[in-house]
Design a binder for this molecule. Sequence first.
Ligand code: GLA
Ligand code: ZN
Length: 683
Amino acid sequence: MSKTFVTKAKQMLHGGDYNPDQWLDYPEILADDIKLMKLSHTNTFSVGIFAWSTLEPEEGVYHFEWLDKIIDDIHGIGGNVILATPSGARPAWMSQKYPEVLRVNASRVKQLHGARHNHCFTSPVYREKTQQMNRLLAERYGNHPALIMWHISNEYGGACHCDLCQDAFRTWLKEKYNHNLKALNDAWWGPFWSHTFTDWSQIESPSPIGESKVHGHNLDWRRFVTDQTIDFYKNEIVPIRELTPDIPITTNFMGDTPDLIPFQGLDYSKFAKHIDVISWDAYPAWHNDWETTADLAMKVAFIDDLYRSLKGQPFLLMESTPSLVNWHKVNKAKRPGMHLLSSMQMVAHGSDSILYFQWRKSRGSSEKFHGAVVDHDNSSENRVFKDVAEVGRTLEKLSEVAGTNRSAEVAFLYDWDNHWALQDAQGFSNETKRYAQTMHQHYRAFWENDIPVDVITKEHDFSSYKLLVVPMLYLASEDLISRFKDFVKNGGTLVMTYISGLVNESDLTYLGGWPHELQEIFGMKPLETDTLYPADRNRVSYNGKSYELKDYATTLDVAEAKVEATYEEDYYANTPAVTSHTYGAGKTYYIGGRLEDDFQRDFYEGVMKELEIHPVADVKHERGVSVQVRQAPECDYIFVMNFTEDEQHVHFESQVTDVITGETLHGDVTFEKYEVRVVEKSK
Ligand code: GLA
Ligand code: ZN
């Protein structure tokens, strides 16, 4: 596998968000920063993210000298700069003079100036102002040798419901429905509750004081919000592409807490097409009181695999905390060992960076107790600073890993439209649908067995995978269903579950039963989905064992399919729960109920055996240890990570070299609590 470097630095990036604009009155602090950067083994700094009021304190009055000096100073120590555009927060003068830049919320309340991430994404004034500022930045710094990447805005998200945005939404709808209002009414099931529109001007965005019950409408609004955000972003980058065509562009993506599921506000699969490098901000709540460390590590692995697969190349961890955050329910510090372990996990899944929010802890306001590399004590001797320096030294030894990728025979399909529509579906149980968490339940079986997985989205070609796992794909277009059929016909194995294939891309149900092509490839059809109360249980018998079922059980009408498992209780006792079917050169499995983890473990073990899908490295261990690989042309880099609080015995079946210590390892090796090793195995 060849290497793909995501920046011209061609190294592991280490550093993070640096806000010197908060410290311009403290020259001695700025001088210390440069010294501390060297001591912490950091090399990359994202500057200017929230600097607009310093860059342009009055309309048309610009101050760049301070930024010139910062960038030169970073360059002076051999560092890299990721330069941000400041649109994530704007100066007060702008909101005051041009109120159209302020957001209007879904209840149609115009917001006051304050906080951040709250601009109108349609406002011509804001678009003009951001483009103007970005042009100045690109003109001034575009050729600076320290500049390796653009960081456009910050964590795009949210929506605006002002009149400008209403007009933009209607224009978007006209385009989508070819100016045919009947087509829109059909897609939105207009006559329901007398919701047929007779003029485009009657349409408004969904609102708690207005419309919220038309599912096609909600779905189109969410799609519009993604497209309008991308449109705003595309406007931001016009001067940047023009003046610096060779500098890659990113914008930092997010995850949703507490389960660290993919961010729901925007369809990142669409956004990914417009940016050069995926980067994201990861804040897992390590050491929490509701899940094991290994469970959380599995969730981090899943979202990393999704964000990496969006572009099929290394990504960047744009923000993380070296210690704690300020916005979790409880802001707990990382225990000794966790910072290195959690950082190495990101690299193992494809990150070419460990970057932090924030370099220096702010002195005032809401983030003054958020973790940082440099604390208020300004010391290089505290635990956090030393942990950061250790990560820095480790990344220096892993420079050859930068640019390497991962390959997988297994893919999971994740879909934002599906998540939105499923959340909206007023059926089943709103509390237990848990689409992304259901993905986790299935993904766990692969993570525990060190089977690499790509988490792909629906535009991705399926043909290179042996196995495609598609849990709870409630919304599936006819076109996607046909692609599933082709995949199976050509030899692929497809797994689907309960609550799949029920509605089309407009969130309209399929008529005449389950889509015919699905019936054909599965050799059966689902009949009825029973939604259980949270405390209800049923059981399923599979291969002579009994497994617990909760939340959902779908009864099946089996035609040619083979019955693999049956329900044990209730009115559908002894009827099929899991089926398989050979179709063309491939095979399908349908899992009718939500089953305990042990079922997924046993079931997928069988599927993996059948498909000859093997662990990625010959390293044996107990549950809770994860082994992930990045592949260089001449060797594999194997990351062995102990996500348990116990000592673990790991067995290396082949001889490998520890990249950090230089030791040769073969046979049994003891791993301490949270210990991680990166080893190299020649090909
Ligand atoms: C986000 C933002 C940062 C900072 C961190 C705190 O990721 O992008 O500016 O507020 O959260 O965790
Ligand atoms: Zn607006």
